[in-house]
Design a protein around this ligand. Sequence first.
Ligand code: MN
Ligand code: MG
Length: 372
Amino acid sequence: MPGKKVPLLLITFILYCYIYTPSTYAAEVTPNNRGIIDLRILETTDIHASLVNYDYYQTKVDNRIGLVKTATLIHEARGEVKNSLLFDDGDHLKGNPLGEYLARIRGINKGKTHPVYRAFNYLDYDAIAIGNHEFNYGLKFLNSAIKGAKMPVLNANVFSVKKNKPYFTPYTILKKNVVDQSGNEYTLNIGVIAFMPTQIMKWDKANLEGKVYAKPIVDAAKEFIPIIKAKGADIIIALAHTGISSEPYNPDTENAVYYLTQLPEIDAILAGHSHSVFPGPVFQHLPNTDLEMGIINGKPVVMAGAFGNRLGIIDLKIGKTAGKWKVLQGTSTTRAISNENGKSLVRNDKNLYRIIRPEHQETVDFIRKLGL
Ligand code: MN
Ligand code: MG
């Protein structure tokens, strides 16, 4: 009888709606965490031209340094996950005799790529930051060298005096194809922005005065973040070539990471410049900091030492809430290339060594010729 069937159907429907509340409904259609993305972010920082595990001053192997070692950690860390990105946080061209030899003696021949950028190209970095030491050989050398880098070379707080615009590319939005925990594919828009200390105007006065000026790091972040978001970035990663300190805020603070963690739209911070290790015991008294998780003010932060001695790793868990991708959790850690006694913990990446060997050998020969 139709008169009785309709209410029965209605009751069934109401019951169905009642039982399958949104949360249980969501659980029904998202088995195995569909839509949860694990994204690993890898960092090198303050490489200072330490490509090889070699001490040019003592002319002998030094297994505590060298991107040829960090490279092996990079391959391993990538192999453990489905989704990863690799960044360098700056100060990569200067700091050892190889860097000096290339900039001051041999020079970068026209059309040739600096071995640091050949190494970065081979390792397939997704973007890199410019550090303060990149200015030490002058703007002309830097501009010519970065032409060889195949990935975006970023800085958002150094401005051209003439144009009153960012001197370098301030940010990029990477289209990253990722898979979630169930194997479904997505494309994430990853905003990446970079900063360095304003003190460059003192440290490299002769190279920079009248050509560029530096904006306070946090001001530049506040200027560009709304633009990056408006252009569709799902998350934002800061390549912050600056250290970590909770000293009271001042616009020209050299170590601004703590204050970048307080900007809500920044999801993860790759720190550098001070050659420290975060998470690590040096930061045990930093407020609102969890060294187990590697978070400051709730944000994942990593700083991977210097000279390639460590690889920084941030692991993000990303999910969609109210139609928007959001970082649900972030943790950080670092991995070392050697133990406290300088004993090597990883093999050299032989392919990388082969790529940079010519300039390494030239530097060693040059030092020998000088009789040093
Ligand atoms: Mn440095
Ligand atoms: Mg620095």
